[in-house]
Write a protein that binds this ligand. Structure first.
Ligand SMILES: [Zn+2]
Length: 448
């Protein structure tokens, strides 16, 4: 990560003030935290589970003590079963922080960070995170996904003030975790393409700094899958930086658009269906995202194999389904509260025939410049599949317990799931959606 880019990102980020990624970070963590988060003399409460306590928590606790920071008795959750992102766990942390008058230092990957983030947000106080695995891009993001009464909700809360990541710790984490982070970062490729399309019709304007934070390091960060799988610490610099910068980009943009597109909706839908939830450890976010990323990369290839400039706009407008028909289709595909959710989300991006004519006209009129930008942004699906496999990440639907038919059936749901505009919407508006989904799964395709 270039120092300059990081500095520009931190200057615009809503919450994070300091990021330190490298080798030897653990050893200097006490001094760094004493000079930043704990400069006001508040005590520190290290929160970990048994695994992350052994990986880094004990060292951070000792380093804080040695640097003269008052340390409260650490809060160490059992390592097994895997800690759950549930409100009661966050409330337990909040009460320990309150009782000790302490600021939290989360030591761990996704869940521990989310729990301490929410607890600190409740108390309106800053916290630090010391990452232990390159498993996802949520370290430096705001908001905490929590389960409450069986429903998944993202609770609003600020991102960490300080993010520390020691590359030797990341490299020693279980191999499935780096595979997950690799999958989550690979998503930035099709997600960037979706952002280009949405920007082109004025829905989500590209913010140049947020774009640069997410996209500038992706190619390099994904360039050494075998070394990552082999646990070579130096190979982790790019991946960890990429994941942290992606979170900063969300802070700069004040939304998740820079870091996710339609590929993430496959993952969210499978998560809502509890895919792999009973595995030990449960199927990770990044593993599901990897398959969503391949699905969307293959879809983009089929899309770009056609010539949008030869689209018969009159015919597309004439064939455009009225809203009642769209809503009926959504309600046939989703059940219960999710049907209401998808209906409301899709309604936001639905346009009438005049709106469709204008939208398609804009795409066709600018396709000569949009097409090369998309081609430059994308990586061939087969290349990406090989890279994911080399990193130990899922490369075929069966790797996450699905069939190609399951992934195929998820395409229309992914289109309806969120109001965010993606290539799936453009394909539907052009009247190509069903044919392109068939193309993705045709003989000779990625998963045929
Ligand atoms: Zn993600």
């Amino acid at each position: 990560m270039t120092v300059d880019l990081l500095a520009r990102g931190l200057a615009q980020a809503s919450d994070t003030r300091l990021v330190d990624v490298g080798r030897g970070v653990l050893a200097r963590s006490g001094t760094v935290l004493a000079e930043t988060l704990f400069s006001t003399g508040r005590p520190a409460l290290v929160v970990a589970d048994e695994r992350t306590w052994n990986a880094a928590g004990r060292a951070v606790h000792a380093a804080l003590d040695a640097a003269g920071v008052e340390v409260a008795e650490p809060l160490v959750f059992p390592g097994h079963p895997v800690l759950y992102a549930a409100l009661e766990n966050s409330e337990a942390i909040r009460e320990r922080l309150r009782a000790a008058g302490a600021l939290g230092v989360a030591v761990g990957s996704g869940t521990i960070n989310d729990l301490v983030k929410l607890a600190s947000g409740d108390l309106e106080q800053p916290y630090a995170v010391v990452g232990t695995a390159a498993s996802m891009d949520g370290y430096s993001g705001f908001g905490a996904p929590m389960s409450s009464d069986g429903v998944k909700v993202t609770m609003p809360c600020p991102a960490p003030a300080v993010v520390l990541f020691d590359l030797d710790v990341a490299a020693a984490a279980p191999p499935g975790m780096v595979a997950s982070g690799y999958g989550d970062l690979s998503a930035k490729i099709p997600a960037g393409a979706d952002w280009i399309l949405s920007d082109a019709v004025g829905l989500d304007p590209i913010d140049p700094l947020a774009w640069e934070l997410v996209q500038s390091g992706v190619t390099e960060a994904l360039s050494q899958p075998r070394e990552l799988a082999a646990g070579n610490p130096d190979a982790y610099a790019g991946l960890v930086s990429g994941l942290v910068l992606s979170g900063l980009a969300m802070q700069v943009y004040r939304g998740t658009r820079p870091a996710s597109g339609a590929e993430h909706y496959f993952s969210h839908l499978w998560e809502l269906a509890h895919l792999g939830a009973d595995q030990d450890p449960p199927l990770s976010h990044g593993h599901k995202v990897a398959i969503g990323t391949l699905a969307m990369s293959a879809f983009y290839e089929c899309f770009l194999a056609r010539d949008l400039t030869s689209l018969d706009i009159d015919a597309a407008v004439a064939a455009w389904a009225p809203w009642e028909e769209v809503e009926a289709d959504i309600r046939a595909r989703f059940q219960g509260a999710l049907a209401d959710h998808a209906t409301a989300e899709t309604h936001v991006k639905y346009v009438d025939r005049a709106g469709l004519r204008q939208r398609l006209g804009t795409f066709v009129g600018h396709w000569a410049e949009l097409r090369p930008r998309l081609e430059k942004q994308l990586v061939p699906a087969r290349t990406l599949q090989r890279m994911l496999r080399d990193a130990g990440a899922p490369a075929v639907p069966e790797d996450i317990g699905l069939t190609a038919a399951d992934v195929k059936a998820t395409f229309p749901k992914a289109m309806y799931y969120r109001s965010r505009y993606t290539v799936l919407d453009l394909a539907r508006e052009a009247g190509w959606f069903d044919e392109l989904v068939d193309d993705v799964f045709a003989a000779g395709g990625l998963w045929s």
